[in-house]
Design a protein around this ligand. Structure first.
Ligand SMILES: [Zn+2]
Length: 268
């Protein structure tokens, strides 16, 4: 599928449980090139990027600083002299600590990158420093891990935040785009419908947890073990590790805790 004039994609060789078919690195422009999400610090991937764009690389932009998205930025910047853009890594121990941007895009900022102009949209949730980039000309939204093809992204507390994630999904709806180019997987048509489906999926899950909490009666969050809730939800435990299995539950628990704090009334 064509992404649009001057837009290319290279997939890193890091396919896996958390990365699907591998991290997508996007290239914008031909004479002057912007790289979006250079990916893991991998020699073969670096070679592929340099072969595709080499000395034409002027900008390196990242959606967030998880280790499968940004680590190659510093090496690529050293080689090409490109300017690095993105938000610095949060301190949750799960980030690429080497990422040091020259410029931190503010929300709504128009970034001029040679033949392309991108609008930066802050979308905290999957990570607190997530930024989506809209290529208005093509009505194409680059989402990093905020929206993925075929799967719902992992929200790992404390840096990941389900409440912020839902707000960010709503925020994207106000922008004019048609297709979504995710950080992993192929380009998706009818982007707005995909966002709506993703939101509905998350809320349905939240409702399920809320139902479990109601059935428990007067329990505190401390009484609820992730294992207990996972069992009640019937979460598939055959294909993912225990640690991952806990993740959505903890994310939802945190969201509920925020709501409880806000309303001070939660159990009937
Ligand atoms: Zn990520």
């Amino acid at each position: 599928m064509s992404l649009g004039p001057g837009i290319r994609r290279i997939v890193a060789g890091n396919a896996g449980l958390m990365t699907g078919p591998g991290t997508n690195t996007y290239l914008f422009g031909m004479r002057e090139v912007a790289i979006l999400d250079p990916g893991p610090d991998d020699a073969r991937h670096l070679e592929a990027i340099l072969e595709a764009a080499g000395s034409a690389i002027r900008w390196i932009i990242v959606t967030h600083t998880h280790p499968d998205h940004s680590p190659l930025a510093s090496r690529l910047a050293r080689i090409t002299g490109a300017k690095v853009l993105g938000l610095p890594p949060p301190g949750d121990g799960r980030q690429d600590a080497t990422f040091a941007p020259h410029h931190m895009p503010v929300d709504g900022e128009r970034l001029s990158a040679g033949e392309c102009e991108l609008i930066a949209i802050h979308t905290p949730g999957h990570a607190s420093n997530c930024v989506c980039y809209l290529l208005e000309r093509e009505r194409l939204l680059f989402t990093g891990d905020h929206v993925l093809e075929g799967v719902s992204p992992v929200i790992l507390p404390p840096d990941g935040d389900m409440s912020a994630y839902l707000h960010s999904l709503d925020k994207l709806q106000s922008h004019d785009f048609e297709r979504i180019a995710p950080g992993h997987g192929g380009v998706m048509e009818r982007g707005k419908e995909i966002l709506a489906a993703l939101r509905a999926h998350r809320l349905a899950r939240e409702e399920k947890v809320l139902g479990s909490l109601r059935r428990l009666g007067a329990a505190t969050l401390d009484d609820l073990t992730p294992a207990e809730i996972a069992e009640r939800l019937g979460v598939d435990v055959t294909t993912v590790s225990w640690r991952l299995r806990q993740t959505p539950i903890l994310g939802i628990s945190r969201l509920l805790a925020q709501q409880i704090k806000a309303s001070k009334e939660w159990l009937p």
